[in-house]
Design a protein around this ligand. Structure first.
Ligand code: 1HE
Length: 271
């Protein structure tokens, strides 16, 4: 088996729909979208399964990866689900997506996603709820909601403008513009760009690095950083000082700082 293939121990079997598969590799849990015949379109069971996965991560897990089977990350909302939905059901449906994706963005562990092929509509919304996006060349991004007569409902209007700005998101929705992997990388839709088929190995490597951080640092980056970044600067500086002091006071920080001073810790190097 190659590095990128799944060799972990299956977890949460029975708790997830057939469109999802979960496994654990040491301190990293991998959730795989497993409905490639429908381009990993996201139906209600899948969204609820994603929520269940992030709510039930084993205690030993310190980072997670969201990957996909087949050639595409996800074609977004399962369009066969939406046709008969009433307006009030539509609100509840969108709020269900928000709740599930909050479990990712503000969950217990940092999450890395592996993007390839279609990263479209709700698929892009899912990707944007993860903290690190690794895109393979060949990935492409679109928000075809405009063409389908609907609007984004899985958090894109909040998360996508933070990455690329309102004007670029408006362009994608109004004109159907598609960004390729290179353009998406340049805009900030992904933080990494790798060759075809290399995404999972890269994501697992990044997740292992993340898992090796002090838990208090990972907590601060997921929960404090986004709040500080959006706060009034005066509140933000105060929150930063408090968070810094909490992290610095931990035994973990003391051990790690001592290790550096004793020349037992790694120096900063490129990777
Ligand atoms: C689907 C879906 C889907 C594929 N829901 N079934 N998303 C979209 O508007 C994107 C719609 N999908 C596509 O444009 C294309 O499928 C792709 C460009 C992603 C891939 O094309 P291709 O040629 O590889 O596959 P295909 O032949 O189009 O699709 C294969 C099968 O997947 C086919 O089913 P089959 O039974 O005929 O084999 C398709 O019907 C099915 N399929 N995409 C349902 N999305 C919270 S709000 C979020 C709002 C949105 O996400 S809107 C954007 C929806």
């Amino acid at each position: 088996m190659g590095l990128g293939e799944h060799v972990g121990e299956r977890i949460l079997e029975g708790a997830l729909p057939s469109s999802l598969r979960a496994e654990q590799r040491g301190e990293v849990a991998v959730l795989t979208l497993a409905r490639p015949e429908k381009r990993n379109a996201l139906n209600d069971d899948t969204i609820l399964g994603i929520e269940a996965f992030f709510l039930s991560l084993p205690a030993a897990v310190k980072a997670a990866v969201v990957a996909a089977e087949g050639d595409n990350f996800s074609a977004g909302l399962d369009l066969s689900d939406i046709a008969e939905r009433s307006t009030v059901d539509g609100v509840a449906h969108s709020m269900m997506w928000h709740r599930a994706f909050e479990r990712i963005e503000f969950g217990r562990v940092p999450v890395v996603s592996v993007l390839k092929g279609a990263v479209v509509g709700g698929g892009l919304e899912l990707a944007c709820a993860t903290h690190i996006r690794v895109a393979e060349r060949g990935a492409y991004y679109a928000l075809p909601e405009g063409q389908r007569g609907i609007f984004v409902g899985g958090g894109a209007s909040v998360r996508v403008p933070r990455l690329i700005g309102v004007a670029r998101m408006a362009d994608m929705m109004l004109t159907g513009r598609v960004h390729d992997a290179e353009s998406g990388y340049a805009l900030g839709l992904s933080q990494y760009l790798v060759g075809p088929g290399e995404g999972l190995a890269k994501a697992l490597d990044l997740a292992a690095r993340i898992a090796a951080n002090a838990p208090i640092t990972n907590f601060a980056v997921i929960h404090a950083l986004p709040r500080i970044a959006e706060a009034d600067p005066r509140q933000g500086f105060m929150m930063e000082s408090l968070m810094a002091a909490i992290a610095q006071g931990s035994d973990d920080a003391k051990d790690r700082l001592r290790a550096f001073l004793d020349k037992r810790a790694k120096k900063v190097t490129e990777f």
